[in-house]
Design a protein around this ligand. Structure first.
Ligand code: GLU
Length: 451
């Protein structure tokens, strides 16, 4: 069989703000598909915009990926790779595919206005291509510095999109894109293509706001002597009112969700599954989520989601998580919890931090509030407590004995016991809690003592 190298996926945010659930969708799709294929997942910071890019946002994005459980295999920064882009610029100039243009923003605006008035699409008229060397010298003598445009082939560019199927764009309908600004800085297009080539990226999964860029990029990949990767453009997430998410507005940033105590796996399940033909449902691991990823099942319509669904999804995720998935985090909360504790309480948690309350119920002294009517019954229940060792079956025998000795049943039997032992109306099965509390504590609380 011919050898096929493992695929390379990348998540390429510009570090200009905190990333949100919609960005998490892109990151997760890339990371999970890479994982499933035994490939590589690269984090690339598209930070050629020196004014808006900030190191602290890059730091925060890297942390968010770790929190989501998808740390990248490598991280690269475009600001470290400018030489590669400069070399590509020279090559494109040499081939006549990059040409200097001198129009100011105002002049371009004016041209577009005139085109619209005549019912024409506002496509750059390539006036700069007609400039002679003398024209250029005169413009530069006026103090103008050129920006550089990529001369498109003006042809039909097609690709098979992993989400959208066969796509075709006529690049004659597009303006020749500016690749280099007048100040020499790079716009997104060229560095992205140069890096994808240099890093051997095989798969680009990103938001559908990049569909039009793709035709330009395919031309650029080919101009630079490479082959374009596979592309898949997923639908974008919107709020219930149809409003899009914006990194700059800090909408639903992963940091905010983390601080609100949402579970990373709940955020991941929502981010990946919403707007697909797969129902949004909690998962117990990223592997389980990976198994559900299918680009072909992503809808073409925007993926509407309601942030109000997230807390419920967090709770339902916690109810599924195995102990191994939370052990370290419980320790960070200061709880030396074991598996028995976790399995006893997880079904009653809305947030992981709620585990502390149940930990205290099991391991810290508290003074039970006992109604006068129940005092005698609870003392009888204490009298019939079996000796230790206790396990998950202890409760059954004890409750039968308390029922017989106390002459109570139903709510009158169970409710005062739960209230005396836990101080709460509802909670985990007492059968699971009893061995965690231990006999001395149980007896003390039943007798109304601080225990
Ligand atoms: N920096 C671009 C963005 O955040 C990357 C797009 C791409 O994946 O090519 O939208």
């Amino acid at each position: 069989m011919p050898y096929t190298p493992p695929p390379v996926f990348r998540f390429a945010p510009s570090p200009t703000g905190l990333i949100h659930v919609g960005n998490a969708r892109t990151a997760l799709l890339n990371a999970l598909l890479a994982r499933r294929a035994g490939g590589t997942f690269v984090l690339r910071f598209d930070d050629t915009d020196a004014v808006r890019s900030r190191a602290e946002f890059a730091e925060a994005i890297a942390q968010d990926l770790v929190w989501l459980g998808i740390p990248p295999d490598h991280t690269v920064r475009q600001s470290d790779r400018l030489r590669l882009y400069e070399a590509a610029v020279e090559r494109l100039k040499g081939m006549g595919r990059l040409y200097p243009a001198y129009e100011t923003e105002e002049e371009l605006d004016l041209k577009r206005g005139l085109q619209r008035a005549r019912g024409l699409p506002p496509v750059y008229d390539r006036a700069a291509l007609a400039l002679s060397a003398a024209d250029r010298a005169r413009l530069e003598a006026e103090g103008r510095r050129p920006h550089w445009r990529f001369r498109l082939d003006q042809r039909l560019v097609s690709w098979i999109d992993g989400v959208r199927g066969p796509q075709q764009v006529d690049t004659a309908s597009l303006s020749d894109p500016v690749l280099v600004r007048a100040d020499g800085s790079f716009l997104y297009t060229l560095p992205s293509v140069v890096d994808d080539l240099d890093m051997g990226v095989t798969d680009v999964v990103r938001g559908e706001d990049h569909v039009t860029n793709t035709a330009v990029q395919i031309e650029l990949f080919e101009a630079l002597g490479g082959t374009a990767p596979r592309f898949a453009h997923h639908n974008l997430l919107t709020l219930p009112n149809g409003e899009g998410l914006s990194k700059r507005l800090g909408h639903l940033s992963l940091k905010a969700l983390r601080e609100a105590g949402e579970e990373p796996l709940a955020v991941a399940a929502l981010a990946v599954l919403v707007g697909t033909s797969e129902a949004v449902a909690p998962v117990e691991s990223l592997d389980a989520l990976t198994a559900k990823v299918d680009l072909a099942r992503i809808s073409r319509a925007p993926a509407r989601f309601d942030p109000a669904d997230l807390p419920g999804l967090t709770a339902r995720t916690l109810h599924l998580l195995p102990f191994a998935a939370v052990k370290a985090r419980l320790a960070e909360l200061g709880l030396a919890a074991d598996e028995a504790f976790w399995l006893a309480v997880r079904g009653n948690l809305e947030r992981l931090a709620d585990a502390r309350g149940w930990w205290d119920v099991c391991r810290s002294d508290m003074t039970p509030a006992i109604a006068d009517d129940d005092r005698a019954f609870l003392a009888v229940a204490a009298d019939v407590l079996p000796p230790e060792p206790w396990d998950g079956t202890t409760y059954k025998g004890w409750i039968a004995a308390a029922k017989a000795a106390g002459g109570r049943s139903g709510r009158a039997l169970f409710h005062p016991l739960r209230l005396a032992l836990t101080g709460r109306e509802t909670g985990p099965e007492l059968a699971a809690l009893l061995p965690l509390m231990g006999r001395a504590r149980v007896e003390g609380r039943l007798r109304g003592r601080t225990a």
